[in-house]
Write a protein that binds this ligand. Structure first.
Ligand SMILES: [Zn+2]
Length: 371
């Protein structure tokens, strides 16, 4: 074994009987010559496959020369993965407030004007270091402030941000419900999307909506914008992605190994690891802007057979579902073909076969183009 792995357990809250909520954090140390990385998984309770990807990454990373430090965090949300109902895992929303667990990260926008005012004369390297320190100080100040100000979810989120803000590259591992692999990629980082073995790439604007990827890259994008207004070119120093690994409620160790290799291909491109063994697979990659990511709601209630092939382009007019309405068997038509009127790539569909009218049935890339 080339690299040693250090484990630390961090406390991110307490539950009602007083027991601590803890998260395992694994660290590998690099030579310092390359960018540092933060990877977390399972912020949403049912999206467990990222834990398997972290397992396979650790298995591979033990033997690879490292330029940059790598921090890996499985079970990022210790409440979510234990939030069961019957045999299923819920864990997408805080059960008390209904807030999406991945919308509670802190927005640092208000730091930017004062920071630019006081630090704009520094060179790029010093400016980067100072801004990183400022983000970390602000995050720790919120965590160390009055305890009564923080909700359960915000406290977890801030603890994760305190780790993520140390890194130059951030990957948040998620899955869809029943889903093809896809990547949420900020527009400015789209060249990097070619290094992941992920066919479908969703290009998102640089705004903040509360998710980990945005919380990681937004401050740096905003800093770059603020400096541009003062005629200074300052690159966006951090890249962050949400990696959607496939379907929820599934552990597939062989698939996880492929995804770990795909992440290593990206890390090799970024010179975090020193091994040319990991290269992107040649494949057609398709991109879609977030505004063209079509949510298709069930036009009627019923029992659904999902028939669209996930991840592959389909022409306009394709039948994407058959909806069974048994109460109409004698009186009307019991089977209804649902078609999509535009060319699209089906990315994910609802996890259950019984749907109410208006349930989000599918999400599609529309107006997609080759990356
Ligand atoms: Zn998710």
């Amino acid at each position: 074994m080339l690299n040693s792995i250090i484990q630390e357990n961090i406390q991110v809250g307490e539950i009602a009987n007083g027991l601590p909520l803890t998260i395992p954090v694994y660290r590998l140390k690099g030579s310092g010559a390359g960018p540092s990385v933060y990877i977390q998984a399972n912020m949403h309770g049912a999206e467990v496959q990222g834990n398997a990807v972290i397992y396979q990454l650790l298995e591979l990373l033990k033997h690879i020369p490292l330029n940059g430090d790598i921090t890996l965090v499985p079970y990022a949300n210790p409440i979510g993965c234990n939030q069961k109902s019957g045999e299923f895992t819920l864990g997408r929303f805080d059960p008390i407030t209904g807030t999406n667990w991945n919308r509670m990260y802190h927005d640092h926008t208000d730091l930017i004007p004062a920071f630019v005012e006081t630090h704009q004369t520094l060179d790029d390297g010093a400016l980067k270091a100072a801004f990183k320190s400022t983000l970390l100080e602000q995050t720790h100040a919120l965590l160390d402030g009055d305890a009564y100000r923080l909700t359960t979810g915000k406290r977890i989120a801030l603890n994760l941000q305190a780790l993520a803000h140390q890194a130059d590259l951030v990957l948040d591992l998620h899955t869809g419900p029943i889903s093809a692999k896809h990547l949420y990629c900020p527009m400015y980082a789209k060249e990097s999307a070619r290094y992941f073995d992920i066919q479908n790439v969703l290009l998102i604007p640089e705004g903040f909506g509360g998710a980990m990827d945005e919380a990681s890259f937004c401050p740096w994008w905003q800093l770059s914008q603020a400096l541009a207004q003062r005629n200074r070119e300052f690159p966006i120093m951090v890249e962050a992605f949400t990696v959607e690994l496939g379907s929820q409620e599934t552990i597939d160790l062989e698939e996880a190994k492929q995804d770990a290799k795909s992440i290593l291909s990206y890390l090799n491109h970024k010179k975090v690891i020193d091994s040319n063994e990991y290269q992107p697979t040649r494949m057609a990659r398709y991109a879609c802007y977030l505004k063209d990511y079509l949510a298709f709601y069930a036009p009627m209630g019923g029992m659904v057979e999902y028939t669209a092939p996930l991840g592959e382009p389909i022409p306009a007019g394709t039948t994407i579902a058959k909806i069974l309405r048994m109460e109409q068997y004698l009186s009307e038509q019991p089977l209804h073909d649902i078609t999509l009127k535009v060319d699209a790539i089906p990315i994910l569909h609802f996890a259950s076969a019984s749907v109410n009218q208006g349930t989000e049935l599918y999400k599609f890339f529309t107006h997609y183009f080759e990356l």
